[in-house]
Structure formats: C-alpha cells, structure tokens
Design a binder for this molecule. Structure first.
Ligand code: GLV
Ligand code: MG
Length: 333
C-alpha cells in the first residue's frame, strides 16, 4: 500500500532522503510484546514503538529489549519502522538509542525524539547515531530523525530544529504535552479550550510546524487524539490538519487507522484531476503540443503553478497506492 513518495528532499550525508507515506502513524508501547505483534497486521503506514511516555520508568529496560527483538524478528514490511526514545532531559536517552540502534539499527528507519526544544538536541542525536553507525559498520546517515514539538521553546525554535540535520524527516505536533506546557485550560486533546470562542486555539501551532516542515522539505505530522472510541471526532480533528496540508496523524488504536488513511489520502476525483493536469501540462508545454505555458483544460486555465499543486496531490495519491480512473487524450491535430 504505502511506498516512497516521488518527492526528493534535502540531505547531504547520503542519498537525498525520500519522503515516505505517513498518513497513519501507529503508537505501540514497547512494553507490550502482544501489541508489537498485533501491529504487524494493521494497515498503518508507520509504526512507532515507544520507550517514552507510554512506558513506565521501571518497564523501560524491558521495553528496549522487546523492541530490539520485534524489529529483528521483522514482519513490519511496508511500514516505516520508528522507535521513540526518551527526551534529552531524562537520563534514559543515550541508553535507549545505543541499545536499540546497536542491536537492531539495520531493521529501523527512524528514531523519534520527543520534547525537542533546541536544534542542538537534534544535533546531539545525529552525532550519537553517526558514532553508532560507524562502530557497527552501518550505512552512515540512513537512520532518520522525527522531531516532536511539545512545548513553547520547541515551537519558537521549530525552524532551526527542522534545519538542524539532514536526518530530520518529520516535525510532529505533540498536543498533550504542549497543552500542559503552556497551561492551556483544557484536558481534551484536539478540542478547543473552554472559554475560547474566537477561533482555533491550535492554528498558530499547527501552521508554525507546517511552515517549518515545508520550508525544509520535511513532513508535518499531527499528534494523538485520545478519545479512541470517537472515530468521528478523530476524523474531524484529523480533517483540519489534513486541510492545512499536514501529511499524517498518529493513531493510538486500530479503529483510527482506516480513518487516518482515508483523511490523509486525496479524494479519488482530486487524484484523477491532478494526474490529468500533469499529463495535459506535459503535452501542451512540449513542441508537439505547441510549447504553450498557459492553456485551457476543459473550463480551467492551467499553468506552472497548477502543475505544482497537482504534483502534491499526485505524490500523495501515488504513495497511498491509488489508481487513476481517467486518462488524458491529446486533441486531434
Ligand atoms: C504526544 O507525545 C503528546 O504529548 O501529545
Ligand atoms: Mg508527548
């Protein structure tokens, strides 16, 4: 189902990084071998095995071991395989990274770093990964970084965080920690705080993350929705992030996976239309098509800017494995 999007991004240490499909990012506590096993059968684009907040302090050493065993056993084909380590303000981070990457680094795609506050914290992880890769004889720079923005300092530094390392693949909004860190008057993640009735209290945060992601060719990912039985609520909140341009959202429960995949895939008619614009624009700008830059496609005028918009939809649709249902036929000469 999911594959690599055909959109190259920055990267200087190895080949340019490819943006992967991450419509649904499934969280699984590393302390639960049963859930690590169950995740194999779920159609999530990404799986992240947690050693941070979903795992109690005393269970963290065991969670590292479970995760190494699960990654090496495999069965997560087609999914982006990610491990969330503890943040740098704890004393667990280095052991999380060393134990997981030394023992299962070849079966791992990214490390997720929570509560990132400064670009230096990303650089520190990058340097540690590089040392482990060199020591173990792994390809240097292959393992990516996913940076979670979860407090005010992280948000004010989000552009520098996105630019801190070519390993960074995603910038993720962590709403629960974020709401706590700014003293927002609400306990319900994703819902508006009571008493605020003049707009969307999350708009600035989401847009800042999205701008940083787009400025540096990263993916923007929305965090969890905790009312796991309320799939309509999930779709509503996910739909807002998708409408702004986010690439995906966390899922905490199997019931949220299909909703995420649906919300973050283009609609069939939009995908068809995007592919049509790309073919038509290719044809009309060619010598055979008259080498024209602005032309009519049906009732619509298309030009280079239309092609750029179509590329985005088409890349998302292709990454989601969608099939087009219309083809472009050049007009009779
Ligand atoms: C996720 O980590 C969150 O804090 O929302
Ligand atoms: Mg968090």
């Amino acid at each position: 189902m999911n594959g690599c999007m055909d959109v190259p991004t920055v990267g200087s240490m190895t080949e340019p990084r490819t943006l992967r499909s991450r419509r649904s990012c499934l969280a699984v506590p590393g302390s639960s071998p049963k859930m690590l096993e169950k995740a194999k059968g779920l159609p999530a684009d990404q799986l992240f095995m947690d050693i941070e907040d979903a795992v109690a302090p005393l269970a963290k050493p065991e969670a590292r071991k479970n995760i190494v065993a699960a990654l090496n056993e495999g069965g997560y084909d087609g999914k982006v395989r990610v491990v969330r380590v503890n943040d740098w303000t704890t004393h667990w981070t280095y052991r999380d990274v060393v134990e997981v990457v030394e023992n299962a680094g070849q079966n791992l795609d990214c490390i997720m770093l929570p509560k990132v506050q400064t670009p230096e914290q990303v650089v520190a992880l990058d340097l540690l990964l590089t040392q482990i890769e060199k020591t173990m004889g792994f390809e240097v720079g292959r393992i990516g970084i996913e940076a979670q923005i979860e407090n005010a300092l992280g948000l004010t530094n989000v552009n520098a965080i996105a630019a801190a390392s070519p390993r960074v693949e995603t910038i993720i909004f962590g709403p629960a920690d974020f709401m706590a860190s700014i003293n927002m008057k609400s306990l319900v993640v994703g819902e508006q705080p009571q008493g605020y009735d003049v707009g969307d209290a999350y708009h600035h945060i989401l847009m800042s993350i999205l701008m940083a992601a787009r400025a540096y060719d990263k993916q923007a990912i929305d965090g969890p929705y905790l009312q796991i039985k309320d799939v309509d609520g999930y779709k509503r909140v996910a739909g807002r992030a998708a409408a702004l341009g986010f690439d995906g959202k966390w899922v905490l429960h199997p019931g949220q996976v299909d909703a995420a995949n649906e919300v973050f895939s283009p609609r069939q008619e939009d995908y068809d239309h995007a592919e049509l614009i790309l073919d038509a624009y290719d044809y009309y700008t060619s010598a055979e098509g008259g080498a024209r830059g602005a032309v009519m496609l049906g009732d619509e005028m298309i030009d280079e800017a239309s092609r750029k918009m179509a590329l985005v939809i088409s890349a998302k649709g292709r990454a989601a494995g969608m099939q087009r249902t219309q083809t472009f036929t050049p007009p009779e000469a």
